[in-house]
Design a protein around this ligand. Structure first.
Ligand SMILES: Cc1cc2nc3c(=O)[nH]c(=O)nc-3n(C[C@H](O)[C@H](O)[C@H](O)COP(=O)(O)O)c2cc1C
Length: 448
């Protein structure tokens, strides 16, 4: 079975204060969403100078509460509603100033006011300069929060700080904060499951609400980039894939709320933030990495990597010398990863006989087909590889394929439909692919 998000149905109130680490709260929010949580963001006025409330509103799909004196549109008091509904309040990063205000109950900002008004567990991730954290005043405040209020303190880590110094004060790894929140909630019942009792969402049609959140709680695995098949220790057979298309898919899936695992080979674009990344080189390594993911489960797999069909039969252990006679390489076929995954997911053995499927419910599978000239072969892949969708693109066309910021693709579906898209930025292509994946997952759930 695929793992459901550990916070499905929960409301997490994420309090952000004015630390240099405030930008990390964006990734923290994504991690909470990837665990299935509904998130409402609270900010101190200082925090809004470090990270834009608009970003956090778009990702949480709720207005950010940054003014303790603001009422909700219907006249309710925002921090009281949040305090009553939240299953956990997480303050990360927490400044020295905020720790002091909280320890003494000074409710001048919405984060402190919410903590004072709630009976939900509170998790605090301090982040500051090492000397500030070591100061007796800060330590006394942390002690009050931990021992007198019962708050969980996720201790900061040792490392390079914004001041240029190395010390204890760097915000804890975000996964530790998420785990602490899950642990703090434990087996308590969901406090306010009815959305009417929770802080309001952004109205439909609001610019910031346009980002879909149809992949919240889903685990999406994406392969990207090319593969490098060694000839000898310094040379390899590669291809022109930059990884840009697959990385656009990863970022779009992440922004739609998915927990994303990227398996990436050779790539010449920056790798994305906010997801697990597995680096591989060869087609065989990519296959092994995918089989590992198959063992732990996922909801959708998008295989955009350009995997070498062949590899040198006997890579040399030593660098091959230059010889006037030239060099002939014997190539052998690489495993057909797409076909193998398709077979395993559908519960078909190597010999074609039925075997128990690797995952229940079956994940949505998307293959990519880079062709030159025609997409006829791509259509055949739907059946031969047993995938739900094939994204076909003519890599010989200007503005499409490797090394371009745009792509023209046709999305072919197992139900026989074809969606021929115009030339679009790769991110937009990624969104269109994920529209199909999200709809297929919703259909799968509805028919269970
Ligand atoms: C660039 C910059 C980075 C800062 N980073 C931190 C920090 O990491 N931790 C901290 O406790 N204070 C930090 N401060 C100081 C706080 O922003 C300041 O104490 C502020 O009043 C905190 O307000 P708040 O706790 O209401 O959010 C920083 C200030 C600046 C200008």
């Amino acid at each position: 079975m695929n793992q459901p998000g550990r916070l499905t149905g929960r409301l997490v109130a994420l309090g952000i204060t004015g630390s240099i680490a405030a930008f990390k709260a964006v990734d923290l929010l994504r991690l909470f969403r990837a665990e299935g949580a509904d998130v409402v963001v609270l900010m101190t006025p200082s925090a809004t100078r470090f990270v834009a409330p608009l970003t956090l509103a778009a990702l949480s799909r709720r207005p950010v509460d940054a003014d303790v004196l603001d009422l909700l549109p219907d006249g309710r008091i925002g921090h009281v509603i949040t305090a009553d509904a939240a299953d956990v309040v997480v303050v990360a990063p927490a400044t020295a100033h905020w720790l002091g205000a909280m320890a003494h109950g000074l409710a001048a900002d919405v984060v402190t006011a919410t903590c004072l008004a709630t009976s939900a567990p509170v998790v605090v991730g301090p982040a500051m300069d090492g000397e500030m954290y070591a100061h007796p005043a800060t330590q006394a405040n942390v002690r009050i929060l931990r021992e007198e209020f019962g708050y969980r303190i996720v201790e900061p880590e040792t490392g390079g700080l914004a001041s240029g110094q190395v010390g204890v004060g760097r915000l804890a790894a975000l996964e530790r904060i998420v785990d602490a929140a899950i642990d703090a909630i434990g087996v308590r019942p969901i406090r306010k499951p009815d959305p009417a009792d929770r802080p309001p969402r952004l109205p439909d049609g609001d610019d910031a609400a346009r980002d879909a959140d149809d992949l919240v709680g889903r685990h999406v695995v994406v392969t990207a980039g090319g593969t490098a098949e060694p000839i000898d220790p310094v040379r390899y057979i590669g291809n022109r894939s930059t990884g840009a298309m697959g990385i656009a898919v990863c970022e779009a899936a992440r922004d739609r709320g998915a927990r994303v695992t990227l398996i990436v080979g050779t790539a010449s674009v920056a790798l994305p933030q906010g997801m697990a990344i597995v680096r591989v080189e060869t087609a065989t390594q990519m296959r092994d990495a995918l089989l590992e993911q198959l063992a732990s489960g996922f909801d959708a797999l998008i295989m955009s990597a350009a995997v070498a069909d062949f590899r040198p039969a006997a890579p040399s252990v030593l660098k091959l010398p230059r010889t006037p006679a030239g060099l002939s390489l014997e190539l052998v076929a690489n495993p057909d990863i797409l076909a193998e995954i398709g077979r395993r997911v559908r519960g078909i053995g190597e010999d074609g006989a039925p075997v128990p499927p690797a995952l229940t419910p079956a994940p949505v599978l998307v293959g990519f087909a880079a062709e030159t000239g025609s997409i006829v072969r791509a259509a055949a892949k739907l059946a031969t590889k047993r995938v739900d969708f094939v994204v076909a693109n003519d890599v010989a066309e200007t503005g499409s394929g490797f090394g371009t910021p745009t792509n023209r693709v046709t999305i072919l579906a197992a139900d026989g439909t074809e969606d021929a898209l115009p030339i679009l930025p790769k991110r937009e292509v990624a969104e269109r692919i994920l529209d199909r994946v999200g709809a297929a997952l919703a259909g799968r759930d509805a028919s269970e």
